[in-house]
Ligand binder design. Structure first.
Ligand SMILES: [Fe+2]
Length: 270
């Protein structure tokens, strides 16, 4: 099964530049690239910060751009998003019984669980008891199949201290970790928020995140007080999910480079 993971679109109102850049332009090019190269993917999932400041026009612009996609898409909420405005624009946006933007998607490869880690008024992540109980119920009911989690904030430190300061609440991360320790069927956590390509494992669960559509976070493992940005190229991930492996291919789709033939892999060459 093939899916596309993309994150942090940070859309603004019409014509608005975010840090002097146009996130709409970057997403339009991503949509073109996905349609051309990966139209056989089952879906696209965007892991939050859909808008830069939750503006209604930003969501309308995002919806308009995503309407050009040839594959279905699903959205995760991020700290820059506004839950009520988001739900008004995207009529298909689903909520759990407590009004949080959490849902499950049953796929041929297992269950995708999309989590809501947003708390109004803070950029840090939050996972309250109600959301936690909802997740616990989903995990208990689906212990017999592979589970993949999609969320905005990571439930662990990434080593970039200025971003870790607005990671998922430490107590909630610990609770989540202790819950996930009981489930060997949770295969991978896909998240956004960090605007950088980062992959590894946490408590035995593989994870990956990637650059955003507009602006990026510089690799700075020292600065605790300021999030340092840059304009490395946006990317999306082509994710191949199989029974025995998960493959995450990072695609810097806007990077222009000369292309050439290296050689036939089955022929001996120097
Ligand atoms: Fe973001």
């Amino acid at each position: 099964m093939k899916i596309i993971h993309l994150t942090d679109t940070h859309f603004g109102y019409t014509g608005q530049k975010i840090y002097q850049r146009s996130p709409k332009n970057a997403l339009e090019k991503a949509v073109e690239s996905i349609n051309l190269e990966h139209g056989d993917a089952d879906m696209l999932i965007i892991t939050g910060d859909l808008a830069h400041a939750g503006h209604p026009e930003a969501y309308a612009n995002l919806q308009s751009t995503l309407s050009q996609l040839s594959i279905p898409y699903h959205l995760v909420i991020g700290n820059h998003d506004d839950r009520p405005t988001l739900s008004k624009t995207f009529s298909t946006f689903e909520f759990d019984e407590n009004g949080f933007a959490q849902k499950c998607i049953q796929t041929e490869q297992g269950l995708f669980i999309l989590l809501d880690t947003v708390k109004e008024g803070t950029h840090a992540g939050y996972y309250c008891e109600k959301r936690f109980d909802w997740l616990k119920t989903q995990l208990e009911a689906n212990a017999g199949q592979s589970v993949y989690l999609f969320m905005h904030h990571a439930p662990f430190d990434t080593g970039i201290p200025a971003m870790d300061a607005i990671s998922l609440d430490k107590t909630h991360s610990l609770q989540l970790g202790e819950l996930l320790d009981h489930y060997s069927n949770v295969k991978h956590i896909f998240f956004g928020h960090y605007h950088r390509p980062i992959a590894g494992q946490w408590r035995g669960i593989a994870f990956s995140t990637l650059r955003g559509m507009n602006h990026q976070v510089r690799l700075d493992l020292h600065d605790k007080h300021m999030i340092q940005g840059n304009f490395e190229e946006p990317q999306y991930c082509v994710v191949l999910l199989e029974n025995d492996r998960t493959l995450v291919h990072y695609h810097d789709y806007m990077y222009e480079t000369e292309e050439f033939e290296i050689g036939n892999p089955l022929e001996a060459h120097i």
